[in-house]
Design a protein around this ligand. Structure first.
Ligand code: CTP
Ligand code: MG
Length: 263
């Protein structure tokens, strides 16, 4: 299934506190987070996990940061012969995804006539979109493969997920908070990216979310938009290496993995 990958790399990385957008942060091997992420996509292609059409990368609006990440994309495209298009992002992750969707549509070609979203293949058939965080540099090909395989079986939305290790409680009130409940851990999953979608369905779901009560800003991932639009979201096995670099501790783990040759 022809697949376009949308990498969101426009966040500021406020919790990492690196002073630059997270995607620009260099890991211990001298390569930026975005380079690692792009390399993981091409590794998935080379492993036969995805039939890669093109990659859209959403970069920060700041012209200096955009230029820096644009250079990374340009060098990657020259090295791999993959089409890479950059597009400026927005204030919230969902805004960045929506900006990216417009670029993806151009890369993917026109949508089919109404009702064609469920048909297989053909010029107006389904087009797979993988929405992926630049801050997840080490996702193995098997995860890409599992996501795309689920899309090929007709699912309109699929997320890779891992089991939760902590007990998760709900809380309320100002500090000191009080516990209002405990969620059943066996029913919880921590969801990663790449999340896979039928492109036309995700476009419609994001349009709906934008018009909804909380607006698109209330979305912390894209599967939420599909859930709200009434789609069934499938779950496939994620991987511990699909972790997101959010804090300095995550960065230390990423560098330890690189130093040990695990990634
Ligand atoms: N992202 C984005 N545009 C935004 C916010 C986030 O493209 N306005 C991207 C980030 O670049 C990252 C992914 O979404 O690859 C996951 O978001 P997160 O881990 O929250 O990154 P940041 O928002 O950059 O970090 P923080 O929340 O700590 O500021
Ligand atoms: Mg964020």
């Amino acid at each position: 299934m022809r697949t376009t990958v949308l990498i969101v790399a426009a966040g500021s990385g406020s919790r990492l506190q690196a002073g630059i957008p997270k995607a620009m942060v260099t890991l211990g091997d001298g390569h930026t987070m975005l380079e690692h992420c792009l390399d993981s996509v091409v590794a998935a292609r080379d492993a036969g996990a995805i039939e890669l059409n093109a990659i859209a990368v959403v970069v920060p609006g700041d012209p200096d940061y955009a230029a820096s990440l644009g250079e990374v994309c340009h060098a990657f495209a020259a090295r791999t012969a993959v089409t890479v298009q950059t597009v400026p992002g927005g204030a919230e992750r969902a805004d960045s995804v929506r900006a990216g969707l417009a670029a993806v549509r151009k890369l993917a070609g026109p949508a089919g006539p109404a009702g064609s979203a469920g048909s297989a293949g053909g010029p107006f058939g389904r087009h797979a979109l993988l929405v992926h965080d630049a801050a997840r540099p080490f996702v193995p090909p098997a995860v890409f493969s599992a996501v795309v395989t689920a899309l090929e079986s007709g699912t309109a939305a699929v997320v890779p997920a891992v089991e939760v290790v902590d007990t998760i409680k709900t809380v309320a009130g100002a500090a000191p908070e009080v516990v209002t409940g405990t969620l059943q851990r066996t029913q919880l999953r921590a969801v990663q990216t790449p999340q896979g979608f039928d492109l036309t369905s995700l476009e419609a779901a994001h349009r709906l979310a934008e018009e909804g009560a909380g607006g698109a800003a209330a979305l912390t991932d894209d599967a939420m938009a599909m859930e709200a639009a009434g789609h069934r979201v499938g779950v496939v096995a994620g991987d511990p290496l699909g972790f997101k670099i959010t804090t300095q501790l995550d960065l230390m783990m990423a560098n330890a993995l690189l130093a040990s040759g695990t990634s």
